[in-house]
Every structure is written in C-alpha cells, then in structure tokens.
Design a binder for this molecule. Structure first.
Ligand SMILES: [Zn+2]
Length: 380
C-alpha cells in the first residue's frame, strides 16, 4: 500500500490535494488524507492525471509498428516518457500479408508480460479507404472491403481489432458493417469522400466515429456537405483530431470542441515515428519524407502523419484553442476509452481503476508516469 498525493484531474474536473491509495497496481482509495498508517506517501508538486491513451499512433522515436515484432517493444517502452500508458497500435494501407504480420505481432505482444505502455488493441487504417483521399497511404494498395477480407483478415483477430478506419461509400454491401459491429469492432470514417447522406446511412449501420476529422476527407461545403460537415452535424459521431497545429487550424479545433464537447472529441497523435528526429529528408518504408519542425510531408507536400506525441497535443489545445486542461486531459484518456467501447478500468482516477497516472508540470510537460502504481518514467 502506498499513496500518491497532490492535485488531481479526472472526469473533466480538478480536485485539490487528494491522496490516491494504491495497492497491487490498482487505485484503492481517493481521499483527503492517508488513512493507512506507515504507508509511504509520495507528495507530487504537479497535476496528477489519468495516463494518456493514444488510439491512433503508427510509431515513435523512429520505430513503426509495421516494422516487425520488436517495434512493439521499442515503442511501448518509450511511450511512458510522453505520458502515454495505453495505446492502439495503428496499421496503414499495405499488402494483406503485411497487415497479417502486423496483426500477428500485435497478438504476440499482447500475450507477453511487458513493463511498457499497454496495448489495448489495434486500429486498422486502410486498405479499405477511398483512392480519392489517400493522404500519405499507398494508393496502389487501396481496395474494397470484401467478405473474404472479413473472413480471412478481420475474423481471426476480431478480439484484437478495436477500430477499423474505412471509407463508407466504398463499402458496396452495407451488411458488411453489421458484421464488423457484431465482432465488437468500431467503424470510423476516414480517408473518405462520403457525402452527408452517405454518412447518415453508415451511422444507421454502425458507424460511430470519424478518423482525424478534417484531414483526408470531403470538406465542408454549404451545398455539398461532405464528411467533415457530417462529422460536425451528427452528434452521435465521436471525432478524432490531430492537434499539432499543422493538420488543422486552431480555430477549427476549437469549433469542433464547441460542437462536440469533451465527450465526443478524441485527441490523437497519428504519430508516424518522427517525434524525436531532427529536421531533414528521410527514406522510410519506401517513402521519401521531409521533416521540418513538427511537420512531416511527402515530397509532393502532402502531410504524412504527425511528429507529435499526445502530451504535446494536449498542451497545444490548452494554449491555442481555448480548451480547459481538465477537458483536454479527458479527451486524451477517458474519452478515447469510451470511444473504443471496451469495458476497461483505465482512464479515471477512481477506486477500482488501474493506477496508470501521469504527473504534469505547470508548463504541461510530463514529470512522471506511473504504470500499475509503479513509476516507469521520471523527468531527469
Ligand atoms: Zn494514421
């Protein structure tokens, strides 16, 4: 038994001077003062938050989940430095064999006992997307979702797959949506040209989410409102958003927040692994990329995922988008867990929940990270 004591942020609210009782990796009490005598008390100067949850991340520190089994270890070990305690490993449009290898590696990793951030599942981004909005995905490998893909690729890994990003208008047979939903998979519209009407139909068949809202989708137009407009219009849709200040204008991030509130807005990094690399040109998995500051682009200028981590995304929205820190933390912890719809006892500082915690400094940098009650990262 031990206590971590300080100001806490959870559930979109701030509470002063609370003692979090931790035993066997779980939160066993949240109170005014410690009640078990002689139990050690770690007094914390910064703000104690639930560990961050990134549901859309491709890589970190030069590693990419699609590189192979060891990439999972390398990335999971480094994520706590950035306050991330849980994640969905995210794939990208690839050959079926590569996607299968990624799924196998994820499954092996999930079965292992590890000390890094926890893999909650995977997010499949493509190949079932629109060739009109490939973003940085490999256009030649885009294909239509088929019954065979569901049987051969998704079926064997359905308990591992949390989210599938697809273009709803490219799915010929809407009964395929139902099959995904029945497997407990969340469908997210992304890399899509879907119209307002097509999104409306997809919602009736199980669409619940929007992938990196405003990026790689049909835009807002007042006579032909596309997916971006539908994301705002349909209140039941939870919207991912990249908050690096490059993918989306800060006022559009604020607009999304004004419409969706903290409940249906999900901060993601979409990090492609360039977070700690210097400026320059790189050849990465067959793509020529240019990095300048936090910006990563293909040679043609298209943004190629982001170079930020979720902690930076939280700081950005607090400092630039008029979003209270309490809500920003919610949108990067509890909110994403609700969106993936699994019953997971994480994302809150609450009795019975896992003691995955992040301590933020006043400047919102990560001072320390706890996984199952143990300090796994501490700022030098
Ligand atoms: Zn992505």
């Amino acid at each position: 038994m031990k206590y971590v004591r300080g100001d806490i942020v959870t559930g979109g609210k701030r509470f002063e001077d609370k003692a979090i009782g931790i035993s066997n990796g779980k939160i066993v009490s949240v109170g005014e003062g410690e009640s078990v005598p002689d139990a050690p008390v770690h007094r914390v100067k910064g703000l104690i938050c639930p560990g961050f949850v990134d549901i859309h991340i491709h890589g970190l520190c030069g590693y990419d989940f699609m590189d192979g089994a060891s990439a999972f270890d390398e990335i999971a070990d480094r994520l706590p430095r950035y306050g991330i305690t849980s994640f969905l490993a995210t794939s990208r449009t690839s050959e079926p064999s590569e996607l299968m290898a990624f799924l196998h590696h994820a499954q092996e990793f999930r079965r292992k006992t590890t000390t890094g951030a926890g893999l909650l599942g995977v997010h499949i981004e493509g190949p079932w997307i629109s060739p009109l909005y490939p973003g940085a995905q490999n256009k030649s490998l885009i294909r239509k979702l088929s019954q065979e893909d569901i049987s051969n690729i998704i079926g064997p890994f359905s308990d591992l797959i949390s989210i599938v990003t697809l273009a709803p208008e490219e799915v010929g047979d809407v009964s395929l949506f139902k099959e995904l939903v029945e497997k407990g998979i969340r469908i997210s519209a992304g890399h899509t040209q879907a119209s307002m009407e097509e999104i409306g139909v997809a919602i009736k068949h199980g669409l619940t989410q929007v992938t990196h809202t405003f990026n790689a989708m049909s835009p807002i137009h007042h006579r032909t409102p596309g997916t971006a407009a539908a994301a705002l219009f349909y209140e039941e849709l939870a919207c991912e958003i990249i908050t690096d200040g490059l993918h989306v204008h800060p006022n559009m991030i604020e607009l999304l927040y004004k419409i969706k509130g903290k409940e249906n807005m999900l901060l993601i990094s979409d990090c492609t692994g360039y977070n700690d690399l210097g400026d320059g040109e790189y050849s990465f998995r067959g793509k020529e990329l240019v990095k300048t500051g936090d910006e990563v682009t293909l040679k043609n200028g298209a943004l190629a995922g982001s170079a930020i981590t979720l902690d930076k995304g939280i700081k950005y929205v607090v400092e630039n988008c008029g979003i209270p820190l309490e809500d920003a933390v919610y949108m990067a912890s509890e909110g994403p867990l609700h969106a993936i719809g699994k019953d997971i006892s994480k994302g809150r500082i609450k009795v019975g929940y896992d003691a995955d915690l992040v301590v933020l400094e006043e400047d919102l940098s990560v001072a320390a990270t706890y996984l199952n009650g143990e300090v796994v990262y501490k700022e030098e």
